[in-house]
Design a protein around this ligand. Sequence first.
Ligand code: ADP
Ligand code: MG
Length: 697
Amino acid sequence: MLAAPIEYLKGVGPLRGDMLKKELNIFTFSDLLLHFPNRHIDKTKVSAIAEISPATEYIQVAGKLLQMTISGEKRSRRLTAILKDNTGILELTWFQGISWVQKSLTEGMQYLVFGRTGFFNGKPQIVHPEIEPYVPAKADGKQFLEPVYPTTEKLKVKSLNGRQIGKLTYTLLAQLKAEDIPENLPQYLVEKLRLMGRYEAYRNIHFPASPVLYERALQRLKFEELFIAQVRLNLVRLQRHNSSRGVVFEKVGDYFNTFYSKYLPFQLTGAQKRVLKEIRTDTGRGRQMNRLLQGDVGSGKTIVALLSMLLAADNGYQSCLMAPTEILAQQHYNGLSELLKEMPVEIALLTGSTKAAQRKKILKGLQEDTIHFVVGTHAVIEDTVQFKNLGLVIVDEQHRFGVAQRARLWEKAVIPPHVLVMTATPIPRTLAMTAYGDLDYSIMDELPPGRQPVTTVHRYETARANVMDFVKTEITKGRQAYFIYPLIEESEKLSYEDLMQGYEQVKSFFPDPPYRISMVHGRQPAEQKETNMQRFVTGDTQLMVSTTVIEVGVNVPNASVMVIESAEKFGLSQLHQLRGRVGRGSEKSFCILLTSVKASKDARERIKIMCATNDGFKIAEKDLELRGPGDIEGTRQSGALNFRIASIVNDKELLEKAKTEAEQLCSEDPELDMAKNLQLKIHLQSQGRKNAWSKIS
Ligand code: ADP
Ligand code: MG
């Protein structure tokens, strides 16, 4: 029944059917059922025209239509009319479909009008109102709220405006019986959470008898959507837990213990210890680990990575650490080599600029298992590298990696290696739950002791001279400073010129000698980038002028000032990631956000948040609120986020509830074999093609 083609519905036919397919992707009865109204009109609620004030947004009024006139030429041609009720007059205006509108209206008749109000020459006006003949509603108690649906201009002309589509849904619902829309949630859950039944919910989301019933229907369908998504993610995760094989790291041995007791330069934080325990448990039980490690900038993820690699080595396995850029790979390599210099561990660096001879040697070492750890850029490691005994893959700064890329690494071993993915900046919790819900995940929400929060301020570009003076005093104290320029696309010519101009400007404030400047950007050959970076790391240069290539991971504890030019051009998580480059030492650090005075409202909001908090988790939440889930950088473009009516921004509580219930259900009945979960199982199977369930059953 619900699978029937839409043209078979009474009132549709081939012509409108084609339009519905093309314009709204409505192909079947079921698609129409799922085309939810964006609002309802309460026909009993008619306002008086005199009530319209500049503060009014939308209004519904009724009155007599008068004085239809067409005026203006060509583009400014328009149709106007007056609507008059007992309290005043309202002007109605159309710029499009003029002759069609004119034909369909009759002067002197009563009309019900709905629309967004505005004022024109001090008089109230509605442009392109929704309008229909007015029949005063009878107060017979049967009156339902009338749905208004999303539609398009093309459909409106074919008599399928927002309200007319409602006639189709009405016809459809009249034909549907309860068994056509069977309950898909377990009955005990429906009862426990006092949810509206599914059939009833579909009726009430379209034609509610009251706002309260509409709200209940909405909640029910949102919950259903979130819950089913959570169940799927849980099943995928459980299935991996149960059926995947993984290498076993059964013991903690000499590599780990020696390093831990002799060379670990600090005490681990509580969060680091907790995560290590989780990793230890994961890797010890013969199943593949697939873990996402969320930590704020500077929370110390690298050492967790290293200790996990030592654990692998203790059990005879090789590890590989993948970084998104050459600079970062190099830094990791240098950092780890330094930490391991007294240890009998072989570590190699493999990137695009590794020379052929060296590369050959490394590949051989990996095949013969004489190299324990390899650090590199992901492209390089993915392509041709063969390992003798790969047991652990760590992906640093996940934001830059696709999920598919990760999967390819598994193919490098008979038994897939354990995978630990480390994020560059926190992902909002709700997003992590929906987009990464099939991974296990750990959170490091604690910074190492002794960190001073970075002081962040906003300055206009007009105050640049003062900012430079400030930077100068810091440099005089022996500190180093970053100047960051936006370069969204490394190939963008304009921003490249901005960068060069910026460089000259910095140079004019900081002449050489005594000041020395490094510059790093994406157009330089890798070697030059590396040399310039290295000079800054060793303190040979005091200033670093760069694009966002230094964004992730770079660690220069002596750098205590960061000036971000055109800060309004950056997104929140990027600003936070950049700021994470300072405040890494024991000195007080500063981040100065320079913007033009013309920055947009959104940009000002971002800057305000940056100045108010250093907490990456809070910033991530704000980012999600401001931009919506679709735009958060680097998150999976998976169907997991394409909710039809639920929103991970606005329905956080429902999502939490759905997650809790889904987890409980799946751990109790991972195969969904229990009778009480049968209707859920049937539903998931019927939806098979869209998800991993088909793989499971
Ligand atoms: P991120 O999580 O951003 O990758 P890093 O691993 O680069 O952070 O660590 C940031 C800095 O903090 C490094 O200089 C590191 O040596 C230091 N660090 C890490 N863990 C601790 C700790 N438990 N105590 C003190 N310093 C630490
Ligand atoms: Mg890092």
